[in-house]
Design a protein around this ligand. Structure first.
Ligand code: AMP
Length: 392
């Protein structure tokens, strides 16, 4: 049983770091409440056990102090709808008034604090600021995986000043599922790494190579590998500073008996647009003036048997520009294959999560991570400060 399940919250104020960094529309209403909904089990656990809840989060990237468009006030009604209770709001996250509001909370009540990042001290991990936050509650719960890779006041430093600290359910699930693909994967194990840039995924690939059996490389980053091997890639995305790195990765993969699948063919276009001519060509023979924007049908066929025989699948990054209908086929087909497989599957990273949602398969994979940068750092094998602050 985890600590959050066994702890007696009765009469206690739980200070919970959540990730309510949600997208807002032009009317400043919550456009996607996924992150709020994912925090509900932790909030309900405390309330149902007779505790009260103080929620703290950041929203967006305010520069110098308060800005209305980044106020967490805009999140109150979506939060009330998600938990089915009224929510009090504190117009600052620290200070005497906020402390008084926190201390006045009765069991079953919820207080949402204003954006932590209205104070520069939050990102600096300032100890005095963290102490002021700590004074608001009796126990600290971190349920914000999305910021667990940051050593900020509310995600890490505050834990020093709280005698009792624990993960919320979301954090617990993220860490558990991350550990599964890092340390307890069943074989055959296939990792699919896509997205725009090799440079942002090198450490992930390097850390995964000793663990996986197959590595599918797709998306814009595939063309750096293809060029490095002497292919012609036209005007496809390329990072010329990483050609050597790409060759080193391929050599390391070979040495470690990892099968690497680069796309044999690509859907190419004359511009980064959904309204131009497209055709399918071999990925290493893309003519001048054409760019690869999706993996082609031969590439997709090659994935089929690999995915079908895998027992563990990790997917980070789309295989093409799935936001445009002409270049979504590869990402969609891969998503369908993963959805149909019996393997344990973890999908993570902002864009792959958007892709599984777009293609309606979010419920058909084993776990969808909420972490972008945090998941990448976990997959790189790093210890996340927010996790360390709780686990020690
Ligand atoms: P990342 O943030 O590095 O995971 O990259 C995700 C983005 O990569 C998505 O917005 C995709 O549209 C984009 N992407 C995927 N494949 C390609 C490609 N072949 N060329 C350019 N961009 C791509």
């Amino acid at each position: 049983m985890s600590q959050i399940d066994s702890f007696d919250f009765s009469g206690k104020r739980a200070l919970i770091r959540v990730d309510f960094n949600v997208p807002l529309n032009d009317a400043l209403e919550v456009r996607d409440d996924t992150r709020i909904v994912r925090a509900v089990p932790t909030i309900q656990r405390v309330l149902n056990a007779g505790g009260s809840v103080i929620l703290m989060s950041h929203l967006g990237r305010p520069k110098d102090g308060p800005e209305d468009k980044f106020s967490l006030r805009h999140v109150v009604s979506a939060l009330e709808a998600a938990i089915g209770r009224s929510v009090q709001f504190a117009s600052d996250c620290v200070g005497d008034d906020t402390l008084a509001q926190a201390k006045a909370l009765k069991p079953g009540e919820v207080l949402l604090l204003e954006n932590l990042r209205f104070h520069g001290a939050e990102k600096k991990g300032d100890e005095g600021f963290a102490q002021q936050l700590a004074a608001l509650g009796d126990v600290y719960i971190n349920d914000a995986f999305g910021t667990a890779h940051r050593a900020h006041a509310s995600t890490t430093v505050v834990a020093k000043f709280m005698p009792t600290k624990m993960f919320g359910y979301l954090m617990e699930a993220e860490v558990k599922n991350g550990q599964k693909v890092l340390d307890h994967a069943e074989h055959p194990y296939t990792a699919i790494i896509g997205g725009a840039k090799v440079s942002s995924k090198i450490e992930v690939i390097t850390n995964l190579l000793p663990k996986v059996d197959n590595l599918i490389i797709g998306g814009g980053m595939a063309y750096t590998f293809i060029k490095a091997q002497g292919g012609s890639i036209g005007t496809s995305l390329v990072e010329n500073d990483y050609l050597d790195t790409a060759l080193e990765i391929l050599a390391a993969a070979e040495k470690q008996n990892v099968q690497v699948l680069l796309p044999e063919d690509s859907v190419v276009a004359t511009a980064f647009s959904n309204d131009v001519d497209t055709k399918v060509v071999d990925s290493n023979a893309i003519e001048a003036g054409w760019m690869g924007l999706d993996v082609g049908p031969k590439a997709i066929e090659a994935y089929r048997s690999v995915i079908a025989s895998s027992k563990t699948i990790l997917w980070n990054g789309p295989l093409g520009v799935f936001e445009m209908s002409n270049f979504e086929a590869g990402t969609r087909a891969l998503g369908d294959m993963i959805a149909a497989s019996d393997a344990y599957s973890l999908v993570g990273g902002g864009d792959s999560v958007a892709a599984v949602k777009k293609f309606g398969i979010a419920d058909k994979v084993s776990y969808v991570s909420t972490g972008g940068g945090a998941l990448l750092e976990l997959l790189e094998g790093k210890t996340l400060p927010g996790v360390h602050a709780i686990q020690g």
